[in-house]
Design a protein around this ligand. Structure first.
Ligand SMILES: C[S@@+](CC[C@H](N)C(=O)[O-])C[C@H]1O[C@@H](n2cnc3c(N)ncnc32)[C@H](O)[C@@H]1O
Length: 396
């Protein structure tokens, strides 16, 4: 059950203009089969979309091997979210311009915790406007770019579509991070002028960032590239292949497959952005195996250590689910960063996007060094033993 005041708050949150995004996670045991006959359903995302000039909300039902989408009016989206939370999911969140609504099921009740964002809408808008004027973006607004238009981020006259503004900022931020490592890629390109730079994006999904990477390296830096996006979902790969063909990107291809089983002779740069749980580790292992010059990874939903950690001294941290979740995510990334250093990389862990809307914003950036002296993994193993962690990365 929802309290009336919470229902009202949710309806407000879903109003056009206020609504930013939402999701439902942690499905109940019955959910997978109960919701529209979707076995393996793990999450539902709600995002604003514009369809024939109508502002709607897109529901994306995420299953293991495919996503199913449907677009509905804002109020209908709110109704669906409430019904599904009552029947099939344990957790949810609704992001608005001014607050996050954290939703949790407790027995038959739904608890709604409203967390105001630090800044109100007006200063955000003003700050953004100022930022836009003074900040030079790699893909500036007003300058139409083919792939952004085809992906619905820009209009043909180069205006950023309001519902895609966060995506536009994310793409630019990502390209800034790629630009920082361009000197390392340039060195490889110069030393291997007879072949293209080989770039693999693991878990490419809808591939906004894959297209951005391809565009940046090829058209802005003028590099000879061969980019592959890999994803386990056939439908997204078919969509992306169609878009690449429409844009005549002959040196960009998309393949269906599991990261762990992917074979390639070599790779100069490996990207893995928001690939789920240990898929990030599979990507890192592949990259290190190829001795890729550059690795960019933004990890996502780290569940592996959550089940493993046992350490009585750390009970004050581990006994609270939310603290344990954050602690295990940080530990997982610390282990990954350390493992990359031992494997011969200079590693930085940095914030990917400054958005208040996702905690999944750490980027691990690794650039291969010329120091080939072997490094002991003993201190890292001791660190793992201390926490009772047996990470996938060290066990393979
Ligand atoms: C959250 S999406 C991220 C998409 C894109 N990289 C981005 O950041 O916008 C994660 C993608 O990783 C894919 N994925 C997860 N595990 C995978 C695996 N083991 N092999 C290949 N793809 C995987 C999922 O199918 C999904 O499309």
């Amino acid at each position: 059950m929802f309290q009336d005041t919470d229902k009202e708050a949710l309806l407000q949150a879903f109003t056009e203009g206020a609504f930013v995004s939402a999701n439902l996670t942690s499905p109940t045991a019955e959910a997978c089969d109960a919701v529209a006959d979707m076995p393996g359903l793990s999450k539902i995302e709600f995002k604003p979309v514009t369809v024939r000039k109508r502002a709607l909300v897109q529901l994306s039902y995420q299953q293991k091997a495919r996503n199913v989408h449907r677009n509905v009016e804002h109020q209908e989206a709110c109704k669906v979210l409430c019904e599904l939370l009552l029947s099939a999911f344990n957790k949810g969140v609704v992001h608005t311009r001014t607050a996050d609504l954290l939703l949790r099921r407790k027995g038959t009740d739904i608890l709604v915790n409203i967390v105001p964002l630090r800044k109100s809408t007006a200063p955000i808008a003003a700050e953004e406007a100022l930022h836009n004027r003074v900040k030079h973006r790699i893909l500036p607004e007003g300058k139409p770019v083919d792939f952004l238009i085809r992906l619905g981020v820009m209009t043909t006259d180069g205006k950023v579509v309001a519902a895609k503004y966060d995506k536009y900022r994310q793409i630019n931020r990502f390209l800034e991070m790629v630009d920082d490592v361009w000197p390392a890629l340039q060195t490889i390109a110069t030393a291997n002028s007879d072949r293209p730079l080989r770039i693999i994006d693991f878990g490419s999904g809808k591939s906004y960032l894959t297209f951005a990477l391809h565009h940046f390296l090829k058209h802005i830096r003028g590099a000879n590239v061969r980019v592959t996006g890999l994803d386990i979902k056939q439908d997204v790969i078919e969509d992306c292949s169609r878009i690449a063909a429409d844009l005549a990107c002959e040196d960009l291809d998309f393949q269906v497959g599991d990261i762990a089983g992917f074979q390639a002779e070599t790779a100069d740069m490996v990207v893995s952005l928001h690939a789920c749980d240990t898929a990030t580790d599979d990507a890192l292992q592949k990259a290190v195996g190829w001795q890729a010059a550059v690795i960019l990874a933004v990890p996502c939903c780290q569940h592996e250590l959550y089940k493993q950690l046992h350490n009585s001294v750390n009970q004050p941290l581990l006994k609270h689910g939310v603290l344990k979740e954050r602690a295990t995510a940080l530990l997982t990334d610390a282990i990954r960063a350390e493992w990359l250093e031992i494997s011969g990389y200079k590693v930085q862990v940095m914030e990917f996007i400054e958005t208040a809307h996702t905690p999944k914003n750490l980027l691990i950036r690794a650039v291969r060094t010329s120091d080939t002296r072997p490094k002991s993994d003993k201190p890292l193993r001791e660190f793992c033993d201390f926490w009772g962690a047996q990470p996938h990365l060290l066990n393979k």
